[in-house]
Design a protein around this ligand. Structure first.
Ligand SMILES: [Fe+2]
Ligand SMILES: [Fe+2]
Length: 150
């Protein structure tokens, strides 16, 4: 098995739950950053920005829902206290204390760039898992052929 494969198989459920809780904390913070940003933002083209920030808030909350479902399926406990989001977060939280539209957009762009980095890592795990399934199904087919021909 290659280095990457060993890394993936070596990821035990506890580590995985921890990664998922980190992403889960990011999603709640992203949700609130978008939501409160949509309320306070000021400047040109405000209406279009409010609509987009509001939509993004809803989508971040949906991401949190997906993650919590998976954490529970794995037998883990999702972060139960908002103050712990700060302990787990990868991407942090940028308060829109300056509500100028350019500033709010810049803060949220920074948040998305961080989220992309986080999920890139998940993607590499996912592609390994897809490969593992393929490998195992191919082996199973071989075993079935051998057994049929006995
Ligand atoms: Fe998200
Ligand atoms: Fe996002």
């Amino acid at each position: 098995m290659g280095t990457q494969g060993r890394k993936i198989v070596g990821t035990d459920v506890k580590d995985l739950v921890n990664l998922l809780n980190k992403a889960y904390s990011d999603e709640w913070l992203a949700y609130y950053q978008y939501w409160i940003g949509s309320k306070v933002v000021k400047g040109p083209n405000k209406e279009a920005v409010i609509a987009e920030l509001t939509l993004h808030a809803t989508e971040e909350l949906a991401h949190a829902t997906l993650l919590t479902t998976r954490i529970i399926q794995l037998g883990g406990t999702p972060v139960t206290k908002p103050q712990d989001w700060y302990k787990f977060t990868n991407c942090g939280y940028d308060a829109p204390d300056d509500p100028f539209i350019v500033k709010v957009l810049e803060q949220n762009i920074k948040g998305e760039q961080c989220a992309i980095k986080t999920y890139n890592m998940f993607l590499s795990i996912l592609s390994q898992e897809v490969e593992h399934e393929e490998d195992l199904q191919a082996l199973l087919e071989d075993v079935e052929i051998i057994m049929k021909n006995r």
